[in-house]
Design a protein around this ligand. Structure first.
Ligand SMILES: Nc1nc2c(ncn2[C@@H]2O[C@H](COP(=O)(O)OP(=O)(O)OP(=O)(O)O)[C@@H](O)[C@H]2O)c(=O)[nH]1
Ligand SMILES: [Mg+2]
Length: 209
């Protein structure tokens, strides 16, 4: 697919009403610093469409990126950054939960996990949230370039076991640096745009909160 234009359309904070989009949405979830914004930039062939930083906790809002007027890539705020006050963390949690529960346009959820680490308690909770809202997330194991080739299999297994993933759940190792994995992710996005992506039983979802 050729990207003709990509722009940040909507930014939602804790007090915002979430938009009722007609275009399909794909959401990117994962802990702070895991590489959500970098993945969006890589998919869009842009250096800084989505803001990235060495400093965790950068994306504190839900950011909707409109691509070609065909799809929204939704950058969710990262969790698990310890230096943030508990009250703020709770607000983030509620915002993400509200989004997962109420978005009627959401077609697929990518859950990003750092390939180097055993999934955390927060990662498992996020996975469960996604599943309990009727989605089977696609796992993106990020920062693949940080591993030696010989370590990859072991780490993929560690992520699968850490999240107790069913066999059929897709896991795509990805690097924003080498761009490995990018094509496979694009294929999923194209299926969503074409209305051909099957995400199981989300269609029964009730209207928003
Ligand atoms: N080596 C390497 N570094 C990466 C990769 N992806 C992201 N990074 C780096 O990791 C840091 C965090 O990346 P972001 O994309 O800002 O992470 P995020 O998940 O959007 O973080 P929050 O907005 O805080 O939730 C940045 O310094 C990135 O350059 C990758 O695949 N390989
Ligand atoms: Mg970010």
């Amino acid at each position: 697919m050729i990207i003709k234009n990509a722009s940040l359309d909507t930014v939602c904070g804790v007090t915002s009403t979430l938009p009722k989009n007609r275009l399909p949405e794909i959401a990117f979830a994962g802990k702070s610093n895991v590489g959500k914004s970098s993945l969006i930039n890589s998919l869009m062939n842009r250096k800084s469409l989505a803001r990235t930083s060495a400093q965790p906790g950068k994306t504190q809002t839900i950011n909707y990126y409109n691509v070609n007027g065909q799809i929204y890539l939704v950058d969710l705020p990262g969790y698990g950054y310890t230096k943030i006050a508990k009250e703020v963390k709770d607000q983030w949690g509620r915002l993400v939960e509200r989004y997962l529960y109420s978005s009627q346009a959401l077609q697929a959820v990518f859950l990003l996990i750092d390939i180097r680490h055993v999934p955390s308690e927060n990662d498992r909770m996020m996975y469960q949230w996604i599943v309990s809202n009727g989605f089977e997330p696609i796992i993106i194991a990020t920062k693949l370039d940080k591993l030696k080739r010989s370590q990859i299999q072991k780490h993929v297994k560690q992520v699968r076991e850490g999240l107790l993933l069913p066999k059929e759940t897709k896991l795509i190792p990805f690097s924003a640096t080498s761009r490995q994995g990018r094509e496979e992710i694009w294929e999923i996005m194209e299926a969503v745009i074409a209305g051909e992506y099957d995400n199981g039983d989300h269609s029964g979802q009730e209207a928003g909160i």
